[in-house]
Design a protein around this ligand. Structure first.
Ligand code: G
Ligand code: MN
Length: 334
């Protein structure tokens, strides 16, 4: 798991960048106030040009990877001020600490989520895909993999860009957390760092959890979940209504949204299922939670979902999971 290792600040007047490291392992090498040329001179393999381009670009979101020696990659994320100065957070993307890092072949895709009231795309769910040898994107079994590091970093980055391109800071991103992710304390620091670094409205980062994910150690999972909640990120209960998803879990969790499993949505024409769904959306509303219908494969059911009280809908009928560029084009075209 990647943790934030410090803060950075770019002073556009003096053209110097300063690093304040919180991780002692890095303070010896990076701490201090640097002219860009000096960084290039001191660190073998330091991509000075790339950093310079990112800092001097007229781009309100800064996000740049820089390589130190020995394959250590740091990511600077942050925001630019009016005068061209900038500041943000530093993440260590690869180091000997990251034995769980799934590696560069993991690619996030983004599936649109529709507001049923506004009939408009108002957010995305980030889903993990792997690039196979032919360069095709394929899904894999994620249940026992720690995915959060790579997916959180890439998805928060994408969210900042989606928001900037549409000038809509309320646009949100759902990101799935696995059981292993919830066992790692550094997750909470990473989420905070991403919110601060990208200057996100915290609730636009929506973390999806299943009861299944918490089963390995419920007490530990609940304490991580409460700490996540305190970062201001939203919590979403995923796959509700099938498999492991009990009312006790709902009673224990300070969640903001409920995603109703596709297996129920598939049977929406069944009157009994409609009664159940209506009761679920009413219960969610009373608990102050939004509801999302998953697995919507036919736009003809949108009026039914509205009448049953759903807030949001997601599924192939409204948009496939797609790479960043096509998701952005899709968002802008709507
Ligand atoms: O468990 P979770 O809800 O996060 O699962 C999302 C999965 O469902 C993704 O793998 C996504 O590709 C898939 N998915 C998304 N929309 C649809 C849909 O309309 N129909 C079906 N069958 N699968 C979908
Ligand atoms: Mn999900």
């Amino acid at each position: 798991m990647t943790s934030p290792i410090g803060d950075w600040q770019w002073n556009s007047a003096s053209e110097r960048v300063s690093f304040a490291m919180s991780d002692p392992k890095y303070s010896q090498i990076l701490e201090g106030d640097w002219a860009l040329e000096d960084l290039g001179r001191v660190f073998d393999g330091f991509s000075q040009e790339r950093l310079e381009r990112a800092l001097l670009a007229s781009d309100s979101n800064v996000s740049v990877d820089i390589t130190l020696a020995a394959g250590q990659v740091l990511q600077l994320i942050g925001i630019q001020d009016e005068d061209g100065s900038a500041r943000g957070t530093i993440l260590a993307l690869s180091s000997d600490l990251d034995e769980n890092e799934p590696g560069p072949e993991l690619v996030p895709v983004f599936q649109p989520i529709l507001s049923l009231r506004r009939n408009q795309i108002i957010g995305f769910e980030a889903l993990a895909r792997w690039k196979d040898r032919k360069g095709q994107l394929v899904s894999g079994d994620l249940k026992e993999t720690a995915l959060a590091t790579h997916m959180l970093i890439a998805s928060a980055d994408a969210l900042a860009k989606f928001q900037k391109e549409t000038a809509d800071i309320s646009l949100f991103m759902h990101i799935n957390l696995t059981g292993l992710d919830l066992m790692d304390d550094r997750l909470v620091d990473l989420v905070s760092a991403l919110i601060t670094g990208h200057n996100l409205e915290p609730s636009t980062l929506k973390l999806e959890l299943t009861e299944q994910a918490a089963l390995r150690d419920t007490r530990k999972a609940l304490s991580t979940i409460k700490a996540l909640k305190s970062t201001g990120a939203s919590l979403v209960l995923d796959d509700f209504g099938s498999g492991h998803s009990s009312f006790l879990w709902l009673a224990d969790l300070p969640a903001d949204s409920l995603k109703i499993d596709a297996a129920l949505i598939e049977r929406i024409h069944d009157k009994r299922v409609q009664t159940i769904l209506e009761a679920l959306t009413l219960m969610a509303k009373r608990l102050g939670m939004l509801t999302t219908a998953e697995g919507v494969e036919d736009i003809a059911i949108l009026p039914v979902l509205r009448s049953l009280g759903f807030d949001h809908a997601q599924g192939y009928a409204l948009g496939r999971p797609q790479p960043f560029d096509s998701a952005l084009a899709y968002l802008i075209s709507k």
